[in-house]
Design a protein around this ligand. Structure first.
Ligand code: GLU
Length: 440
């Protein structure tokens, strides 16, 4: 059965880059009728925070990305120790004692000589006595996985056939000096024991995948299908990594971005499929094909989310926003016409408040100097509220007859006097919603 997982580290809030990974794994599981696991990668006890675990769940729930179960790496440390023991037993695990400064020096030397900065495996040559002496002097070492120096190959769901020379990669450290188990092995143990069949993650993980394939094989697990999506860049192709902090999902929610707008964009961005705003998750699931995604960096522009949100809102029936209108205090009798008239003139639901305030209290009029007399005269002809669907037509006809103005010169000053702005809904439709006219 298809099983995927989204495996965030709870060290910060989810951003659009994380969402891309989560969504792809979610869509693959749902399309196959499989299982989607939320795995919290919290082996780094120092940086992991419970508040981020809660925030991750809240953000995924907001988006409707429901998981089938939650797993926590922090509760599985014994499983990782068992795997480490197995690697030791089969001679694929070795202790190394170089300090970070020594490693850095080695790397610099290699680079100076034009060689790739790959760990030289000096620790493998240590005798038992040397090792004991180093341990006595420096304490515990780190534990490295001994790669098999062959080519590591896999058919990547996005990148196609990949072949990496294991000799070009350093033997990965799986256990730190302080005993902390690292993600590289924890993830492999989890993927194997939880029956994960498909792993989609960012292309920054390609080298991890190469080493993890060998670790999985050494532990006797079956290798999942891997797909590495391209990384997101800003609109000009600039790296997003530094700006991702400002693209947190909760900030976008705060700014009024609708879940379906965000999901519709990210489920297709960087693929050959068109980006269309969808109203139902099922439509995103049906049309999702990981093989349609390209390997080139994918440009992401946060501004694109607003027109998509606006488009999505235009499809919503009154019921979907009723509670929002109630919160604003829109009377029941006005809710339906208010929504029908206003939904085409908002970018996000946050804009509703401004329109409702305008309807309830009237707008500060904007009157150009050359229109002052004209507007003053027009106001004497405006009937008393409440207005209805005929008010605008009747009023403007009367004003036209009295002043001789017509077209834009007639309508625009009146619109600006009543709404304080040059753009907005059809005035005939808006008039019945206007409770007060300040320009009078
Ligand atoms: N916790 C890892 C990360 O956030 C998970 C990577 C993976 O999907 O294997 O990068």
């Amino acid at each position: 059965m298809t099983t995927t997982r989204f495996a965030p580290s709870p060290t910060g809030y989810l951003h659009v880059g994380n969402l891309r990974t989560a969504l792809m794994n979610y869509l693959i599981a749902r399309k196959a009728g499989g299982t989607f696991i939320l795995r919290i990668d919290d082996t780094d006890a120092e940086r992991s925070k419970e508040e981020y675990v809660d925030a991750i769940k809240e953000d995924l729930e907001w988006l409707g990305l429901h998981w089938d179960r939650v797993e926590r790496q922090g509760t599985r440390l014994d499983r990782y120790s068992a795997a480490a023991d197995k690697l030791r037993e089969i001679g694929r695990f070795y202790e190394a004692f170089e300090t970070p400064v020594e490693l850095d020096l080695k790397r610099k030397k290699q680079l100076n000589m034009g060689k790739p900065p790959v760990y030289d495996r000096a620790a493998l040559a240590l005798s038992d006595d040397e090792r004991a002496a180093l341990r006595a002097e420096r304490g515990q070492g780190v534990w490295r996985f001994k790669l098999d120096h062959q080519r590591i190959e896999w058919a990547d769901g996005v990148l196609g056939d990949i072949s990496i020379d294991a000799a070009s990669v350093s033997d990965p450290v799986l256990i730190r000096q302080d005993g902390q188990v690292l993600y590289t092995i924890a993830s492999v143990v989890d993927d194997t024991e939880m029956g994960v069949t498909d792993v989609v993650r960012g292309s920054d993980h390609v080298t991890n995948t190469a080493t993890q394939i060998q670790i999985i094989e050494a532990l006797g697990g079956s290798v999942p299908r891997f797909a590495h999506h391209s990384l997101l860049t800003g609109p000009g192709g600039e790296a997003l990594s530094k700006r991702l902090g400002t693209l947190a999902l909760r900030d976008l929610r705060e700014r009024g971005v609708q879940p379906m707008a965000l999901l519709s964009l990210l489920a297709r961005l960087g693929s050959s499929d068109p980006i269309e705003v969808r109203s139902e998750m099922a439509e995103l699931i049906d049309g999702f094909e990981i093989s349609h995604f390209g390997s080139a960096p994918t440009k992401f522009n946060v501004d694109d989310l607003f027109p998509l949100t606006a488009k999505y809102l235009q499809t919503l029936p009154l019921e979907a926003v009723q509670s929002r209108l109630d919160d604003l205090g829109v009377p029941v009798s006005l809710a339906a016409p208010f929504w029908t008239v206003i939904r085409d003139n908002i970018e996000t639901l946050n804009d509703l408040e401004g329109w409702w305030t305008l309807c309830r209290d009237g707008a500060d009029p904007v009157i150009e100097e050359e229109d002052a007399e004209f507007v003053a005269e027009a106001m004497t002809l405006l009937p008393e509220a409440p207005f209805d669907g005929e008010t605008w037509g009747g009023w403007t006809a009367a004003v036209k007859a009295a002043t001789g103005r017509k077209g834009r010169g007639l309508f625009m000053p009146l619109r600006k006097a009543l709404t304080g702005q040059a753009h907005g809904p059809d005035m005939a439709a808006l008039m019945p919603l206007l409770q007060v006219v300040k320009a009078r």
